[in-house]
Design a protein around this ligand. Structure first.
Ligand SMILES: [Zn+2]
Length: 481
């Protein structure tokens, strides 16, 4: 397959693409050729000046809904904005949203880089050269998704650039916004795919070869080529280093709304492990086999699933089964073989270890209770996936906390949280200081057309994002890197 690609649309329209090269030790002298001309103010990290930088709520929301014209999904209400989204990664709708992102950020004085995974980096120069501090998220959605998951994070990043521009703020170092490709893993089945490639954790050849789900022949690489987003910058943290990564995201759970709080200060992402558990018993006739003479694999598996729920609750963790298959699958035959998935999650690896041990012992005792001498049952575990707990960086968490307190004016309106879901920030955090900011999700719903966060809450989140990025930039300028 050719490694050449069609030039992205903005390039074909006559713009030149600038690839920014970063030196490991940036010079400290000021840019003398700032594209924004003389008279810019440099931002000293003082509270009153930070507080004066206000997000424009109606502009943010108008722009967000404007971009939802590309990939509009299922309608759920009367209002024009009351629809979900279906903007699958690397589709035509995704391309249109990407083109908007490039045009909007270019108009705000950013240099655009597209890497080999289509990750798109818009970078606004600072006073000194150096790796940018990024706000990042994703523009792709689930097939039956909403208007906020990922989209809010990007739109808040663009609003951040607008606020910096209209207030003529010059930051110490560059500030960027990144749109990561295929975060959802819905069309091409690896979630957080391209931040994973950037971080060096997912081989690019593996990502390129992924085929779209549903039997189509399109691959990640063929679709990147087709929509003109197969960039020439290597998809790597070495080619595009980040000083830090902040991500504003909807909570996708019920806690903030229930506690009547506005901001989640995200300290990390919970650990999870996935297993396939197989229970083997013996097939037998349902009418002629008394209970005492059965080795019912499904009955044992059911007790295991119930036990996993109880044990997880005792450990402050979660356990879920989403796939269950049994054989032979006949009304009048006792199932002899059952396989089920088991997904366990907890805030720390330590809890996951303890829960796994606890469950293995519980399942063994269920097997021995259900077995008879003549008809033993057996259980085997296969570990399918291990994702350790992610702990975000203390400086980024501190920047989010200080920003939340500044914007909300009341510590009781924010809380520290651990994310239950994976995000691009998981991979970003492997290569640079990272944290996230959560805003409330109505009824805790997401991956659903009815996903909703109020305009006021979106604006609060965007303002916390803006301040967090600026506080981190200020912190860097104080320590001289
Ligand atoms: Zn998301």
């Amino acid at each position: 397959m050719s490694t050449l690609c069609r030039a992205p649309s903005w390039q074909r329209r006559g713009f030149s693409l600038k690839y920014i090269l970063f030196t490991p030790k940036p010079p400290t002298r000021a840019f003398s050729t700032s594209p924004r001309g003389p008279g810019l103010r440099s931002l000293e990290l003082d509270e009153p000046r930070l507080k004066k930088l206000k997000v424009n709520q109606s502009r943010l929301m108008d722009e967000l809904h404007h971009t939802c014209q590309w990939g509009t999904g299922e309608r759920w209400g009367e209002q024009g904005t009351e629809t979900g989204m279906r903007r699958l990664s690397l589709s035509d709708a995704d391309k249109q949203a990407r083109d908007w992102f490039v045009d909007a950020t270019k108009a705000l004085g950013c240099n655009i880089s597209v890497d080999a995974m289509g990750n798109t980096f818009a970078v606004r120069p600072g006073r000194a050269q150096g790796a940018p501090t990024f706000a990042g998220s994703h523009l792709d959605t689930q097939p039956s998704g909403g208007r906020y998951d990922g989209i809010l994070g990007i739109l808040a990043g663009v609003e951040m650039l607008r606020v910096l521009q209209e207030n003529r703020v010059e930051t110490a170092f560059p500030i960027g916004v990144v749109n990561w490709t295929n975060e959802e893993g819905a069309r091409f089945p690896i979630s957080m795919m391209s931040s994973g490639v950037w971080a060096g954790d997912i081989p690019i050849g593996h990502a390129y070869a992924l085929q779209e789900v549903g039997g189509g022949t399109a691959t990640v690489k063929s679709e990147l080529e087709r929509i003109g987003y197969l960039g020439i910058l290597p998809a790597s943290y070495e080619a595009m280093p980040m000083a830090a990564h902040f991500e504003l995201h909807i909570e996708q759970g019920p806690i903030l709304e229930k506690e009547e709080q506005k901001i989640g200060i995200v300290k990390g992402v919970q650990a999870y492990r996935w297993y396939t558990v197989e229970v083997i018993g013996q097939e037998a006739h349902t009418g002629t086999t008394p209970f005492g003479s059965r080795a019912d694999a499904l009955l044992a598996a059911s007790r295991m699933i119930c036990a996993s729920h109880t044990a997880a609750a005792d450990h402050g963790a979660l356990a879920s089964t989403g796939i269950l298959t049994l054989s032979p699958g006949s009304v009048n035959t006792i199932p002899g073989k059952v396989k089920f998935s088991l997904d366990i999650r907890a805030p720390s690896d330590n809890i996951i270890d303890k829960l796994e041990k606890h469950l293995k012992s519980d399942f063994d005792s269920i097997v021995s209770t259900e077995s008879t001498k003549a008809l033993p049952l057996s259980v085997t575990w296969q570990t399918d996936s291990i994702s350790p707990a992610i702990h975000f960086h203390k400086d980024c968490i501190a920047a989010v906390r200080a920003s939340a307190n500044s914007v909300l004016g009341d510590e009781a309106l924010s809380r520290e949280m651990v994310s239950g879901a994976g995000h691009d920030s998981v991979y970003a955090s492997r290569r640079c200081p990272t944290s996230m900011i959560f805003v409330p999700s109505r009824d805790g719903i997401s991956h659903n057309p009815k996903e909703y966060t109020s305009p006021g809450d979106c604006a609060i989140g965007a303002e916390v994002l803006l301040q967090s990025v600026l506080r981190y930039d200020g912190l860097r300028s104080n320590v001289g890197n």
